[in-house]
Design a protein around this ligand. Structure first.
Ligand code: BG6
Ligand code: MG
Length: 232
């Protein structure tokens, strides 16, 4: 069998490994309601992959209340949203890992390829523990040490570096527009899950469709195109 050129596969967490993206939305919706702003799932697409404080800023701008609160009040609101979110996490269990993900992880591991996590959530450790998935990851980038949220490439580059993997030979999997931008800016092959991810190199509607054979095949086409010199 031809040895894979793939050095690592780096997963986003919320919305890829489990449906906590929906819990983030519910918690933000509750917080926004408390200050008289109504958000819906379409607006929420913009919040995916964005840090807690940056998300709050976007919600305040959306409600035209960006000048109404002090830094302390904003921190209080962000903490309150986190309290709402963490209540949902209390019910999170291993059976909430999204369909297709356990098999995908097994197939990647069977080829000796490393697995990383690139989530900007400070709750990522709690989520992985509740899902009993901590052992599946060879390296998890620490959101607390990341200074720029997605779409900046920092978190995917940190994950690759923690795995000693070349980003140009690694794959990132994301459900957010900002996440796909982050993967592409880091030079990796981008796999998108969901709609509105046109910038990805490969898109699937649901996690169930994330077949490792298909991902590898597309990665091989992509890397051979990348490695063909322009002069040929
Ligand atoms: C990302 C989510 O994974 O983490 C965002 O897509 C969220 O919606 C961000 O705001 C930060 O998460 P947390 O748990 O630190 O508030
Ligand atoms: Mg996500």
């Amino acid at each position: 069998m031809k040895k894979s050129m793939i050095e690592a596969v780096v997963f986003d967490l919320d919305g890829v490994i489990t449906d906590t993206a929906h819990y983030h939305f519910l918690a933000w919706k509750q917080l926004a309601n408390e200050i008289g702003i109504t958000i819906d799932e379409t607006f929420n697409e913009m919040l995916k992959g964005i840090s807690r404080l940056d998300s709050l800023e976007l919600i305040l701008q959306y409600g035209n209340r960006q000048h109404d609160f002090s830094t302390e009040e904003k921190e209080e609101m962000a903490n309150k949203k986190n309290d709402h979110y963490r209540l949902y996490l209390n019910d999170l269990k291993p059976e909430h890992v999204l369909p297709g993900i356990p098999e995908l992880i097994r197939n990647i591991k069977a080829e000796g390829i490393q697995i990383g996590l690139a989530s900007v959530s400070k709750n990522a450790g709690t989520v992985l523990k509740a899902l009993e998935l901590e052992a599946a990851f060879d390296f998890c980038a620490d959101a607390a040490k990341i200074s720029k949220s997605k779409p900046d490439p920092e978190i995917f580059l940190t994950a690759c570096s923690g795995l000693s993997a070349d980003p140009l030979r690694s794959i990132g999997i994301e459900d957010a527009v900002a996440g796909i931008e982050s993967i592409k800016a880091s030079g990796m092959f981008a796999v998108g899950v969901g709609h509105t991810l046109q910038e990805a190199d490969l898109v699937f509607e649901t996690t169930n469709q994330l077949q490792w054979v298909n991902i590898k095949e597309e990665f091989d086409h992509w890397i051979s195109r990348c490695e063909t010199p322009d002069s040929l």
